[in-house]
Design a protein around this ligand. Structure first.
Ligand code: PBG
Length: 325
């Protein structure tokens, strides 16, 4: 008598069958590629801890944007590195600011590419915190809101498609929503970094965006890694204030949070596979300790399986190349 085999085992027997019964598949349409835009001309500066990632001046965006679009990646997420920083981050809302110029440049090169802008103060403040400081050095939540709204409005006026506030000040989604609506931009969606954890995984980004805090840390405004239910309360508040897409960040160590957000709200959900995740598998891959491609694709698939509709990843171009072949 032969042993019965499980049904799935029969269905795993060959490649075509495996594809037919696959529950989750990654698509190029799911990917968002982050770009770091730096002041100056003709700059393409490699980020040491993120091999393959560069800080680009606005005039050097052309080749990058064409490549991303050519690969079928539908969207980019912009971070700006300004020349001048001050204690209120005043270069963040200038019409001729770094992100605003980059938005216009990308839209002129490639109007179909969705341009998402990160809205935050930390790249623009000399102290590197995500908001204004009080005299005794604490982050002043309420005073920061108006500045974030100004920044978001200037991005929208420059022509971005989505604004993505990442500062974690309470109430910012509502203030941004009301501000841009009142200026005639009610159609522009908000992607909220709703569940953003105080994470060690942001290290390489802070080199890339030159945004490390000059003192202290971000634990008073970013979430404690132990708190999954708090993430749902944050997401609920942001949805109530008018967020259209809820983001969970980082992704790999927070797959349960992605799943919970998707199950609880059923809303469009984004996962941000952050700089430290990329740095880990790049470094191990370059050492020959792991097989980078397989592991990166497995991680991205896991994020989708958890419930992400879209994934922000520094590995988007490599993934698109593999998915397109
Ligand atoms: C804040 C911001 C951060 C990241 C995106 N937006 C860093 C932080 O909170 O320190 C991190 C992204 C990454 O690590 O890839 N503007």
């Amino acid at each position: 008598m032969s042993f019965p085999v499980t049904r799935m085992r029969r269905l795993r027997a060959n490649q075509t069958l495996r594809q037919m019964v696959r529950e989750t598949s990654l698509s190029v349409n799911d990917l968002i590629y982050p770009l770091f835009v730096i002041y100056g001309k003709d700059k393409r500066i490699p980020v040491a801890s993120m091999p393959g990632i560069y800080q680009l001046s606005v005039d050097r965006l052309v080749e990058e944007v064409k490549e991303v679009h050519g690969l079928g990646i539908p969207a980019v997420l912009l971070f700006g590195i300004p020349e001048h920083k001050d204690n209120s981050g005043s270069s963040s809302w200038l019409d001729g600011g770094i992100v605003q110029n980059a938005v216009r440049e990308i839209k002129s090169i490639c109007p179909e590419l969705i341009v998402i802008t990160d809205v935050c103060m930390c790249e623009y403040t000399d102290h590197g915190h995500c908001g204004l400081l009080t005299e005794d050095g604490r982050v002043d939540n309420d005073a920061t809101l108006e500045l974030l709204a100004r920044q978001a409005l200037s991005h929208v006026q420059a022509g971005c498609d989505i604004v993505a506030p990442s500062d974690m000040m309470d109430g910012r989604v509502g203030v941004i929503r009301r501000t841009i609506d009142s200026q005639g931009f009610a159609q522009v969606p908000i992607m909220s970094y709703a569940a953003k954890f105080a994470s060690g995984f942001y290290g390489p980004f802070r080199e890339a965006a030159q945004s490390a805090p000059s003192f202290g840390d971000r634990k008073s405004y970013q979430m404690d890694p132990g708190n999954g239910r708090e993430a749902l309360r944050e997401a609920q508040l942001d949805l109530d204030e008018g967020a259209d897409i809820i983001m969970v960040k980082p992704a790999l160590a927070y797959l349960d949070v992605i799943k919970a957000v998707k199950e609880e709200f059923g809303c469009p959900t984004a996962a941000y596979s952050v700089s430290g995740e990329y740095a880990m598998f790049k470094a191990a891959g370059q050492n020959g300790w792991i097989q980078e491609e397989g592991i990166a694709m497995e991680m991205l698939t896991a994020m989708k399986r958890a419930g992400a509709d879209m994934i922000i990843t520094y590995w988007a171009k490599e993934a698109a190349n593999l998915l397109n072949t």
